[in-house]
Design a binder for this molecule. Structure first.
Ligand code: ARG
Length: 459
């Protein structure tokens, strides 16, 4: 393809380090789409005669069919997807194939292909994240009133509802989807026609190709068009944040399914056994989602490091954008699917959750709030009285509700037996009616709001 001024071919090791076909062959659909848009524009602008345009279009469709059928032979000697497609096109249509690359370079070609791939992938990730949100919101609605311990420092803090906990992840995923959409909106400019770096002397119509490929407009600076990969970085950053969210939830599933917690049961479908310990039910899928955040974050830092300090415009360094981006976004897709499956199969164990919700003096804040509300104590004093009562209960190894009224009155004489009403976990969550709070009514309303917004059929 570029051998005109070369007397010998590349060294074996040169070919090996240079070739990207092993991983960029997945850009074949995008590459052919881009070429079809380009050649149609070359025809419309009169740069190529109709006969050549027709031959190239038909040839590209044949190549596409061969790739889809799996009969296409990818050759490492042809370096990358762009030259593999073009070389096969020449075999099919003859010399006219050589005219396809008029007013184009592999530099704007690959930038276009990658934007198309990342754009398609962001759309698919958005749909998958919406499906996971739907699974979570449906479970939240079923468990709007199921009490569980809420934690800070992984110590029992205050009772919350299981539905409220799930909806926390629905909110996170909502922001993740916002980041996918923001990244998509910014990447949606077409680099095709920037050519190698400086634009072209042919009378091309970049607005035409941009439109044909579903971009909002052509990119405005030819150097920037071929030199930046910030669209991939943004997609990876959004993916890394989403992967971190999933990883935290995965870790909670690992903790909750342990025999020590026993908060939830995970179906056989998402559990594995041990070859030596018959009693084991291991949450491998959750552990892998927890771990896979590592490679998504790795891809982001890898590409940031590739791009830093690169002078404008294109350098071959940028070929290193691909494997990490492909792997990371595909990994996130797998994690979203696995999480949606687990959420749909996850069954909380209400008795265990309720018992745990009351453990660790989780309603101590309710007692302190009662002393403030009913007796007019300053919060700091109420905190002190409550602390003494927790100390007393803890020394006896019982819950707050097991203290007698005289025992409580020894600390604060004005306490009445009305106090027992706030010491139960159900009362505690029911009282948290502030906006965004865990009261079952709130949780139901939020879950319904999300389900309505998410609408539609599962992805
Ligand atoms: N395979 C190359 C890449 O992924 C295509 C662009 C090659 N351009 C060049 N001037 N060598 O970046």
């Amino acid at each position: 393809m570029w051998g005109g001024r070369f007397a010998s071919g590349p060294a074996e090791i040169m070919e090996e380090i240079n070739a990207s076909i092993g991983f960029d062959k997945r850009l074949a659909p995008q590459d052919i789409r881009g070429s079809l848009a380009h050649v149609a524009m070359l025809g419309r602008t009169g740069i190529l005669p109709p006969a050549d345009v027709a031959a190239i279009e038909a040839g590209l469709k044949t190549v596409q069919a061969e790739i889809e059928a799996g009969s296409f032979t990818f050759a490492r000697a042809l370096e990358d997807i762009h030259m593999n497609v073009e070389s096969r096109l020449r075999e099919i249509v003859g010399p006219a194939a050589g005219r396809l690359h008029t007013a184009r370079s592999r530099n704007d070609q690959v930038a276009t292909d990658m934007r198309l791939w990342v754009r398609d992938t962001l759309d698919a990730l958005d749909a998958q994240a919406a499906d996971l949100q739907r699974a979570l919101a449906e479970a939240a609605l079923r468990h709007a009133g199921t009490v569980m311990p809420g934690f800070t420092h992984l110590q029992s803090a205050q009772p919350v509802t299981f539905g409220h906990h799930l909806l926390a992840y629905v909110e996170m995923l909502g922001r993740d989807r916002g980041r996918f959409r923001d990244a998509r909106a910014r990447l949606n400019e077409c680099p095709l026609g920037a050519a190698a770096l400086a634009g072209t002397s042919f009378p091309i119509d970049r607005h035409d190709t941009a439109r044909a490929l579903g971009f909002d407009r052509p990119t405005a600076n030819s150097l920037d068009s071929v030199a930046d990969r910030d669209f991939a970085l943004e997609a990876l950053a959004a993916a890394a944040i989403a992967a971190v969210h999933l990883s935290r939830f995965a870790e909670e599933i690992v903790i909750w399914t342990s025999a020590q917690f026993g908060f939830v049961r995970l179906s056989d479908r998402f559990t594995t056994g041990s070859s030596i310990m018959p009693q084991k039910r291991n949450p491998d899928a959750a552990e892998l989602v927890r771990a896979k955040a590592g490679r998504v974050i790795g891809a982001l830092s890898g590409l940031l490091i590739v791009m830093k300090g690169l002078p404008l415009a294109y350098s071959k360094d940028m070929q290193e954008d691909k494997e990490g981006t492909f792997d990371a976004l595909q990994t996130l897709s797998l994690c979203l699917a696995a999480m949606a499956g687990m959420v749909r199969d996850l069954e909380p164990v209400p008795e265990v959750l309720k018992q745990a919700a009351g453990a660790g003096y989780a309603t101590a804040t309710d007692l302190a709030d009662w002393l403030v509300r009913e007796l007019g104590l300053p919060f700091r004093d109420a905190h002190h009285v409550t602390g003494r009562l927790v100390g007393l209960a803890s020394a006896r190894g019982v819950g707050l509700e097991a203290l007698t009224l005289p025992e409580m009155q020894a600390e604060e004489p004005r306490i009445t037996d009305a106090v027992y009403a706030v010491l139960g976990v159900e009362n505690s969550v029911a009282s948290r009616t502030s906006y965004g709070g865990t009261a079952p009514g709130n949780v139901r309303a939020q879950a319904e709001r999300w389900l309505e917004a998410l609408g539609g059929e599962p992805a």
